[in-house]
Ligand binder design. Structure first.
Ligand code: PMP
Length: 290
């Protein structure tokens, strides 16, 4: 299977693709990224990912490496060269290459842009139909996790703990209030069937899947509240689920050692998963015209 990466203006076999050792992404995690799903060769929520990328860049006073139009052409070309039908594209923008110093380099330093592709879209449907286990951990991240920065060490540590506990994800909480999971957004369905998820503040990453699932859920007539919820509420919830670019809608059936409700995937989570799937199945070439 071909693996072609885009690096600062060139398309290269991934093995030959290189970044500079004084790239600030490498030295300071001074970079931002996006992961976008490619479904049947079409991008899922291209406009949303572009908007979030531009927002992350702006929040970090980082120059944009390419216009939205140029970046879309690059993404299309990476998808084409990798013959990517089902998978993800990864976009990373770093502040650029300069002798190591904490403060920003001169404005003349160009940001670096890397785009790679990965075949295979998310965990299997069997995993989703069975539902997954999550563990709970304190959220030890900084106060600007709304910026999609590559500084993901706390997320990586949380996912490693989940993995060691044979869990799919780690639900992160601040003093018992759930923010999100290590690489997905967290949702509950209350006993009165209200769907609840954390509002898009600085305490969470505003997931693109989260936004689309909110839209789909509203259209389907579900009652929804965007407010923080506690671990206690999650343990008493009718349903718990996660959303993300690679997980879509994922029912949670166990939190630490306790089952969620009767320990089987919730009907609302499965319904939203199916509706999200239908949304992706309905994409056409127009999805590239963000
Ligand atoms: N929260 C975090 C911390 C994440 O890393 C991700 C995945 N990028 C998400 C939420 C879900 O966001 P999205 O739906 O845009 O993939």
């Amino acid at each position: 299977m071909s693996h072609i990466a885009y690096v600062n203006g060139r398309y290269l076999p991934q093995q030959a693709a290189r970044v500079h050792i004084e790239d600030r992404g490498y030295q300071f995690a001074d970079g931002v990224y996006e992961v976008m799903c490619i479904w049947n060769g079409y991008p899922v929520d291209l406009a949303g990912h572009m908007q979030r990328l531009n927002r992350s860049l702006k929040e970090l006073q980082m120059a944009s490496p390419a216009s939205d139009g140029a970046l879309t052409l690059i993404l299309r070309e990476v998808v084409r060269r990798n013959r990517l039908e089902m998978g993800t594209v990864y976009i990373q923008v770093n502040r650029g290459v300069a002798p190591r110093a904490h403060a920003f380099p001169s404005a003349k330093v160009r940001p670096s842009l890397v785009v790679t592709a990965k075949h295979g879209a998310g965990p299997s449907e069997t995993v989703a139909q069975a539902g997954v286990k999550v563990i709970t951990l304190p959220d030890i991240r900084w106060e600007r996790v709304d910026i999609k920065s590559v500084g993901l060490l706390p997320n990586a540590l949380a996912k490693q703990s989940a993995s060691e506990a044979k869990a799919f994800e780690a639900l992160l909480h601040v003093d018992g209030t759930v923010t999100e999971a290590s690489s997905s957004n967290a949702w509950i369905v209350t006993p009165d069937k209200t769907i609840v998820t954390h509002p898009p503040t600085n305490a969470i990453l505003a997931g693109i899947t989260r936004a689309t699932v909110l839209k789909i859920a509203r259209k389907a007539g579900y009652s929804i509240e965007e407010r923080p919820f506690t671990l206690t509420e999650a343990l008493k919830a009718k349903e718990v689920f996660l959303t993300g670019t690679t997980t879509f809608v994922m029912p949670v059936v166990q939190i630490d050692e306790r089952p969620v409700a009767n320990g089987t995937p919730g009907t609302i989570a499965l319904d939203l998963r199916q509706r999200y799937r239908a949304y992706m199945d309905g994409l056409t070439d127009a999805a590239w015209n963000a």
